[in-house]
Design a protein around this ligand. Structure first.
Ligand SMILES: Nc1nc2c(c(=O)[nH]1)N[C@H]1C(S)=C(S)[C@@H](COP(=O)(O)OP(=O)(O)OC[C@H]3O[C@@H](n4cnc5c(=O)[nH]c(N)nc54)[C@H](O)[C@@H]3O)O[C@H]1N2
Ligand SMILES: Nc1nc2c(c(=O)[nH]1)N[C@H]1C(S)=C(S)[C@@H](COP(=O)(O)OP(=O)(O)OC[C@H]3O[C@@H](n4cnc5c(=O)[nH]c(N)nc54)[C@H](O)[C@@H]3O)O[C@H]1N2
Ligand code: SF4
Ligand SMILES: [Mo]
Length: 706
């Protein structure tokens, strides 16, 4: 433990936030008598600027909260009822080892499915000893596609994941386009830079079905229908090509496939695209002209536009704009997408990188693979860094799968999540305040050391240690042989190239050699094999059902005319910290409400053929008509019927990358008459001794806590 400054019996530990957020803040954690007293931002990582989000300032409430899992436990009652008996680590691990061995001997190790995602984005807490254990044991592999799969496929196909512009250069742009991103919630440190740019005269365009805080301040807001960004972007390409704004000299020197893109954009006049996107054709034309004529012009491409059937092609069309428009090569021009691949970190320093040849299961199909016959069936699910009941599509099917008596489920988490309730064995995980990690920004460009501020709470253990111990018990040898997070840290650091490794050791923060933001095509270049931009790569063209840039029309309503989107909320990171938030609220445009006799604060039922969710409604014109929005990451206690938005989301896949189509949910909404609510009993238990929601529902859909 490193106590860097001491005052009044309190010490301050310098650390960083490894949660799944682009900003990767540097933190000062104040500790007194071995307990976290305060968490705040520091200035070590320049983008943090001394402030952090309210969620992580409250993280201590998770660490010491009632939902925290302190001890291993084994199921003692019916599945899904969160009835557990405390066990020792030995008992819990023995049981897991016995079941893993039995299942392998009976059905083959592919009947075991490790299930993990972005719980903690640190370099140590995933893809270290866990990866080696499951790979060597021969378990099924998981395609981690719930997020960023289509945008990554596009960014890799077009640019080999070239590093994007950092926040620090936004003030230099003359035009900023925020496309399918809501940084005021999902990456707050970008916002002041956008504001600075506006003060300096930059024009701001926001493309989003909702009037987000930045859309409110924008010069132009294109409130597109979800899933239509592809045609909007193609219309801008069409405009650039047709009006002589395509940068032919850049394209001939640095790009291939421009002709094909031009052909595919040809049918998309601004009028036709605007009609599909449900926006004004003149507004779209103004946007195209602004983009054509402004420099430096910068696009912040978010993840909101990827979560639908056209998501991959949409991201590709958006990312292709700076190439066609000639926006690279100048500070403050180009694009920002994920910067996760900005660091040349070599995982072979700490684990075997040989590819296993076991089957791959797309995580978005969890419900499907648990409930449909497959060979071998999934007989064991090992969940860590993930809360699939709250975050995967088709929630009802996921729950049906988890209720299978013949499924053995291990959930390794920090708190009693919606998924942990279904476990056969629960294992307690440390939080980032209780162990080492390395935090890598995917918006802000930095690598940082995460240091323990406190001892592990109760019997919680870090991932590295638990998977190393399981590997030892199962007779699996791991390459680096790390047994603890401190040992794994040293191994992982070997994979971090110099001078970053030295910077981490010296000052806890590494910044790239070009500083906090590169100039694209000056400091960073496409990482494609030939170093060029591929505007219509063959691989993507083959993968997309209608070819790359082929628009797939709306999934249709089947009596469910409203598009439901579920973007990031400021209360949680995905579902993390859900134990601290209140009920979820649906937002709906006044026209849609009026047509259904719905008024503000009414209780409503949102439904389609997959499921239903009941909650309170907020009637607001901050969402376009025909689209409704409810927060991502709700827990089942946050709605009145124990189902969240994810119960309405289909498990269909995006055109590229096998991603999730959350925003292709099509639903209808009806007012729930009050008589249905008064005194209604919701027999839905969460965690014993924590928030109990068994009991009557109060009038406004708020669940009474007992
Ligand atoms: N506070 C907070 N921060 C977070 C997270 C969180 O849960 N909470 N999650 C983190 C994670 S995992 C991620 S991936 C990022 C995501 O961060 P963002 O990129 O901001 O993604 P979303 O929140 O999914 O959606 C962004 C915006 O896209 C809009 N949108 C929805 N559908 C469409 C569409 O079809 N087209 C267009 N143009 N816009 C659309 C939504 O209205 C929303 O305002 O944020 C990270 N940061
Ligand atoms: N409806 C809807 N659903 C969505 C989305 C959407 O747009 N709409 N977007 C999605 C997106 S962007 C994402 S990224 C996914 C995220 O989906 P998930 O990967 O399920 O992310 P979280 O909900 O944050 O759950 C992570 C869990 O990991 C646990 N955890 C954290 N650190 C550790 C650790 O060190 N060890 C262990 N063992 N556990 C740890 C946390 O306590 C938490 O319960 O959700 C998706 N779900
Ligand atoms: S969640 Fe994001 S904004 Fe909040 S502290 Fe972590 S990195 Fe910073
Ligand atoms: Mo995500």
């Amino acid at each position: 433990m490193s106590a860097d400054t001491m005052t009044w019996g309190h010490s301050t530990v310098h650390s960083a936030c490894p949660l799944d957020c682009p900003d990767s803040c540097s933190l000062d954690v104040t500790v007194g008598e071995g307990r976290v007293v305060k968490i705040d931002g520091s200035t070590r990582q320049p983008m943090t600027g001394g402030y952090i989000c309210a969620k992580v300032r409250r993280f201590g409430e998770r660490v010491y909260g009632e939902s925290r899992i302190g001890y291993p436990a084994i199921r003692s009652g019916a599945k899904g009822r969160a009835a557990f008996e405390r066990a020792t680590w030995d008992e819990a691990l023995d049981l897991i080892v016995t079941r893993m061995t039995e299942i392998r001997d009976r059905s083959g190790a592919e009947a075991i499915l490790p299930f993990s995602y972005g719980g903690s984005n640190g370099l140590l807490s995933q893809d270290t000893t866990d990866a080696e254990l499951f790979q060597d044991f021969g378990a099924s592999r998981l395609a981690r596609t719930v997020c960023a799969a289509p945008t990554s496929a596009a960014a890799i196909g077009l640019y080999g994941k070239m590093t994007g512009v950092g926040y620090a250069d936004y003030p230099l742009a003359r035009l900023i386009v925020i496309w399918g991103a809501n940084p005021s919630t999902s990456g707050i440190h970008l916002v002041p830079y956008v504001q600075q740019a506006q003060k300096a005269g930059a024009i701001l365009v926001v493309i989003d079905p909702r009037r987000t805080p930045l859309a409110r301040r924008a010069d132009l807001h294109l409130a597109v229908r979800p899933g239509t960004d592809l045609v909007v972007a193609l219309a801008v390409h069409h405009f650039l090509f047709e009006h002589g704004f395509a940068d032919e000299s850049f394209l001939s020197a640095h790009a291939v496939g421009a002709d094909r893109l031009r052909e595919r954009a040809a049918p998309w006049t601004t009028a036709r695209a605007a009609a599909i996107a449900g926006i004004d054709a003149d507004d779209l034309e103004s946007f195209a002209r602004l983009y054509a004529e402004s420099s430096p012009a910068l696009i912040r491409c978010g993840w909101g536009l990827e979560r639908n059937r056209n998501g991959g092609s949409a991201a590709a069309a958006v990312l292709a704009l700076p190439a066609v428009g000639g926006k690279f090569g100048i500070r403050g021009g180009g694009y920002t997408m994920s910067n996760a691949a900005a660091w040349a970190i070599d995982p072979s320093a700490w684990r075997s990188t040989a590819e296993a040849d076991t089957r791959i299961i797309n995580m978005n199909h969890l419900g499907r693979v648990l409930t449909e016959p497959i060979d071998p069936p999934v007989e064991m699910l090992f969940v860590y860094n993930c809360n699939p009941v709250a975050t995967m599509p088709d929630q009802n099917r996921v729950v049906r799968g988890l209720l299978r008596e013949d499924l053995f489920t291990v959930v390794f988490d920090q708190v009693m999540t919606d998924t942990a309730m279904f476990a056969d064995v629960v294992l307690p995980a440390t939080t980032f305040l209780e162990g080492y990690d390395i935090a890598k920004g995917y918006g802000a460009l930095s690598l940082q050391l995460v240091q323990p501020a406190i001892e592990p709470v109760a019997e919680a253990r870090p991932n590295v240690q638990v998977f190393a111990e399981l590997a030892r018990r199962l007779g699996v040898t791991t390459k680096a042989g790390a047994q603890t997070d401190a040992e794994a840290l040293l191994d992982v650091l070997q994979g971090v190239p110099e001078p970053s490794r030295g910077q981490l050791a010296a000052s806890l923060v590494a910044i790239p050699d070009y500083g906090p933001s590169p100039i694209q095509f000056v400091d960073v270049f496409p990482k494609t094999a030939d170093g060029k931009v591929h505007l219509c790569p063959e691989s993507l063209d083959r993968e997309a059902p209608d070819g790359l840039y082929g628009y797939q029309p709306d999934p249709g309503d089947h009596g469910h005319p409203l598009a439901l989107i579920s973007p990031a909320s400021d209360k949680t990171i995905s579902s993390t910290l859900g134990e601290l938030r209140g009920p979820g609220v649906l937002e709906m445009h006044p026209n849609d409400a009026r047509a259904r006799g719905i008024e503000n604060e009414d209780l409503v039922r949102i439904f389609n053929s997959l499921g239903q969710m009941e909650c309170e409604v907020s009637v607001t014109d901050a969402i376009r008509p025909g689209t409704i929005t409810a927060p991502k990451g709700l827990w089942r206690t946050h709605t009145a019927n124990g189902s969240t938005t994810n119960a309405l989301c289909p498990d269909t896949l995006t055109d590229l990358g096998g991603g999730a189509c959350f925003n292709d949910a099509r639903v209808e909404v009806a007012k729930v008459v009050e008589a249905e609510w008064e005194g209604r009993d919701v027999s839905f238990t969460v965690a014993p001794g924590t928030v109990s929601t068994t009991g009557p529902v109060s009038k406004k859909g708020t669940l009474t806590e007992q």
